[in-house]
Write a protein that binds this ligand. Sequence first.
Ligand SMILES: O=C(O)CCC(=O)C(=O)O
Ligand SMILES: [Fe+2]
Length: 383
Amino acid sequence: MSLPIIPLSLLLPSSDPASRLATAQRLHAACVEYGFFYLDLTGFAAPEETEELRALAQAFFDLPPEEKEKIWLGNGDWARGYQKLNENVTRGKPDAHEALDCYAPSPFPPSPPGTPGVEGAAGLRPLSGENQWPPDPRFRERFERWVGRMKELGLVVMEAMSLGLQLTPAEWTALRRQVENSFWVLRVIGYPPLPQGHDGFSCGAHKDYGCLTFLWADATEGALQVFVPSPASTSTSPEAASQAAAAVEAEQGKLDLGPAVESGIHGTWISADPVEGCVVCNIGEMWEVWTRGLYRSTLHRVLHRANNYRIPFFYEPAFDALVAPLPGVDRLLMSIRASPDKSEAYARALLAEKTAYEPVVYGEFLMRKVGGNFDKTGEKERY
Ligand SMILES: O=C(O)CCC(=O)C(=O)O
Ligand SMILES: [Fe+2]
């Protein structure tokens, strides 16, 4: 089983309308079935550009520890900056990687000078600081350029998703307003080889929080693994559809990540190996809310056996966006339930009837996810 490859060139507003619509429909199917796909960036990003980013990442992580620690996140707002090996925590377990995290500018108004408790690095409120950059000036310049490109990419893919979901132009405008001031995150990750017999992960199983992740991945195979629940039914029988719905439910019930999953009882982990010229793209949890679970935010994890660098970019809603099920999606769910095609989308449409998807302000959701771990130690829940 391998993930679909979607050519970005056919999603651009300038491309031929019929091919664009057909490609948006393939994108829609990928979001329902896997929540993961490859985006072919041919014509949008050149391999030399991403190779330069990789080389800059390597040069930074090759610096002596004391140099890297000058921009340690604990010297700032506990979110922006360098995190040491094993400092990031997923579900209570340290991840075997180091990273540099940068975020969109602070969403908070600056504190007036003299405010007690917010002066000095250690007193900064989480996410209220500024990004900390490595000393080589090319690093900031090249990565900020990449952020600009990824934000463009985010809007193109969002618009194509609105086509795939059959939203009206007015519904797309409303959705666009929630994301165009994206509270994005850039991570530059350094993976050392995970030793054989190590009982943890390079990055533990998780769903991404927000909207869309664009991962530039190094060439290491078998590193990124994606959880596909079983049975992923495409059969037309009602029993198979309700089994598929149960699998989806197990997944949305925040799956027991214990031995049952590890031994593959509920599904399989498939490798999302890098494909030349592509980024790996996956759906964050906010898409589950917008689509009442029709689009899947899929569990994934990393077991990286080589020494290399990877660059995920998280295209997220605006910090103050109120994310709620989209009216256009309710219309679509009704038509899926009425259609004779009893596929994966049908199973998800059935489940959407039973599950409440509460509206959430993205920034509050993010702070709940990561905030609790910013304050005390270097340990921080992922990102
Ligand atoms: O490095 C990878 O392959 C994926 C990293 C990831 O899932 C994340 O940072 O959210
Ligand atoms: Fe992730």
